[in-house]
Design a protein around this ligand. Structure first.
Ligand SMILES: [Zn+2]
Length: 428
């Protein structure tokens, strides 16, 4: 049911369209490319100055000592908090300010933020400065509407999401910025489409497997032991056993797209024998080492230990069944899956807001890849967290990435409405 008090807020958002476009353009024009992590400081100061004018208290936090933090590329974050002066919960909007490299194939200047036919083009428009701009316009409209809000509203602009979030949300969560004593509900305006609510993401395990052999002359391979053939045996076992086993597992996670609605394994890279890149003919040698990097994505029904043991079991059984098979396996990265309950307050409030504004029931989805929700969940122990924002998922990290202005306006209304319901305790 529509709240009459919100009509005023929606009008303010509609009137702020030019302001929203300019805000998004200004944000995109900071080329906050990561790596290396450029221009974080001017970007967070721009956000801080803007929100200070709207009555927020501003803190800048540099994640000293985190990967990539240096005098040239300091890892700056901004946390802005608005107190209504009345008792109530805190709703937090978290956006990452970093963007990935531009890559080739652009027909627009990636940092000019041109507005053409209702779309703003540029690196980070979709992922996720359009979402950040929409959340700022949403909370400003709520504050300026004169509604007697309760509780507090926070907006953060954070570093390094694209490289794992260690200098951003993970650092802030360790410092207590994402904890139950200051934040109750979190919305991350990542590009998951304007009419969908993202509950979480699958888990990740990256590992490097190395098989060992013995070097010998290539004309007499029987005198050596080929590490690449041993790796071939690993891949054959994956094909015969692992891939079918993973395909047979079903998840309750509503992951999109359809193909990601199960466990997956990508073989990221494989290398054995003589290094690539040498000129001339290769020397004839039996490879004594072969290395493979695997990217295993897993579902909430699986435990990380089981995921690891499944692959380690295949390697161990090859060790007994295959002559000369020697291997090592090294962990590189692990992320536990995260999925917010469908009945959590932030899910209900945002779903109801989407229904009010877009006239349709939202799809509740999970993301195939991870984002900063993992740190809010695991380090901050905040379970009432979703991703919701205006960008189109498939455009993230692409050339000619854009955000649709109408989607930003609609999502700003949804975010304002969801925040209102959460602050006022109207989620039922
Ligand atoms: Zn993103």
């Amino acid at each position: 049911m529509k709240e009459p008090a919100l009509l005023q807020v929606f009008q303010l958002i509609e009137k702020a369209e030019d302001n929203l476009v300019r805000l998004c353009q200004d944000l995109v024009r900071f080329p906050t490319v990561n790596p290396p992590g450029r221009d974080y400081q001017p970007c967070v100061e721009y956000i801080g100055n803007r929100l200070k004018n709207s009555g927020f208290t501003i803190e800048y936090v540099r994640a000293r000592g985190t990967p990539g933090d240096s005098a040239d590329y300091p890892r700056f974050n901004v946390i802005a908090r608005y107190e209504t002066g009345r008792q109530g919960p805190c709703v937090h909007f978290n956006s990452h300010i970093d963007v990935v490299e531009t890559g080739d194939g652009w027909t627009h200047d990636p940092f000019a933020a041109e507005l053409i036919d209702g779309k703003i083009y540029g690196r980070g428009t979709c992922d996720m400065k359009g979402g950040l701009a929409a959340s700022i316009i949403a909370v400003e409209a709520l504050i300026n509407s004169g509604i007697e809000l309760r509780g507090a509203i926070e907006i953060s602009g954070t570093a390094d999401e694209e490289s794992g979030g260690l200098g951003g949300v993970a650092y802030l969560a360790e410092q207590g910025y994402f904890s139950k004593d200051r934040v109750d509900h979190v919305i991350i305006p990542e590009p998951l489409n304007v009419d969908r609510v993202c509950l979480g993401h699958r888990g990740v395990w990256w590992a490097e497997i190395e098989t060992h052999g013995r070097i010998a002359h290539g004309s007499m391979p029987f005198l050596g032991d080929c590490a690449v053939r041993h790796m071939g045996a690993v891949i054959a076992e994956f094909e015969d056993k692992l891939y079918p086993a993973m395909a047979a597992r079903h998840t309750k996670m509503p992951v999109v797209p359809e193909g990601a609605k199960q466990s997956t394994l990508n073989i990221n890279s494989i290398h054995g024998g003589q290094e690539e890149g040498n000129d001339g003919l290769p020397a004839p040698c039996v490879p004594d080492s072969c290395r493979m990097i695997i990217d295993r994505r897993f579902i909430v029904e699986e435990q990380l230990d089981e995921v690891k043991n499944e692959i380690k079991g295949i390697l161990a059984s090859l060790e007994t069944s295959r002559e000369g098979f020697k291997y090592e396996i090294r962990d590189m990265l692990e992320v536990i899956p995260s999925m917010t309950d469908v009945n959590a307050p932030v899910v209900k409030a945002t779903s109801a807001a989407i229904e009010d504004i877009l006239g349709k029931k939202p799809d509740l989805i999970c993301s195939p890849g991870t984002y900063d929700q993992k740190h809010i969940d695991r380090i901050g122990n905040l379970k009432d967290c979703i991703a919701y924002g205006p960008g189109i998922l498939e455009l993230a990290h692409q050339p000619d990435e854009y955000v649709v202005v109408k989607d930003m306006i609609d999502s700003a209304k949804v975010m304002a409405s969801a925040a209102y319901k959460l602050l006022m305790g109207k989620t039922e």
